[in-house]
Write a protein that binds this ligand. Sequence first.
Ligand SMILES: Nc1nc2c(c(=O)[nH]1)N[C@H]1C(S)=C(S)[C@@H](COP(=O)(O)O)O[C@H]1N2
Ligand SMILES: [Mo]
Length: 192
Amino acid sequence: MPRQESRTVPPGQRLVPDMPVQHYGRVPTLDRHTWTLTLAGETEGEARVVTWEDLQELPQVTLLADQHCVSKLTQQDVEWTGVLVRDVVELAPPRSGIEHTLVSAEYGYSSSVGLADLLSPRSLLATHRQGEPLSAERGGPVRLVLPHLYGFKGPKWVREIAYVPAPVRGFWEQRGYHLVADVWRQERYAYQ
Ligand SMILES: Nc1nc2c(c(=O)[nH]1)N[C@H]1C(S)=C(S)[C@@H](COP(=O)(O)O)O[C@H]1N2
Ligand SMILES: [Mo]
């Protein structure tokens, strides 16, 4: 299984054996067979609605990645299974020149993610955590996992990726958190 590039703990983070479940608001109950992910905004061609069955047809990838919360907790070597975001974006790519996305979840949570970060080689639309299908509280049926960014960039219960011409602030970015949020650069707050 591909291991993470580095065993180092990012600056300012503290290791925990099990990342607590953390999110704002209620846990939605979604049925994987009616769940959809819409690729929208500034697409090159038509927008596209991606289903659970569409995900099953893509290569299934398992990798180990650390899970970091901007509140300074890190769990190392979490095993995630899902499909590469790259493979999904291929189904309805952005028009040329687009560099930003807004990723949205059920119940209105959202995060601002640069297209390059979204397409990084280890970015997953995850369906499993630690070998088990994602529970509702862990973001099932599908959540976004961006291993090099703080956890708030990865919506649980993800429902839409919108390609946008300029950064659009999501839930935490509207509350002062960083637009990029690279854990290795310790990009926690917008004012840094
Ligand atoms: N839909 C949604 N996704 C979310 C959040 C949220 O509030 N709502 N919180 C984020 C934050 S801040 C973190 S640290 C991780 C927590 O993931 P976990 O519950 O698996 O620990 O989920 C992220 N995804
Ligand atoms: Mo977080």
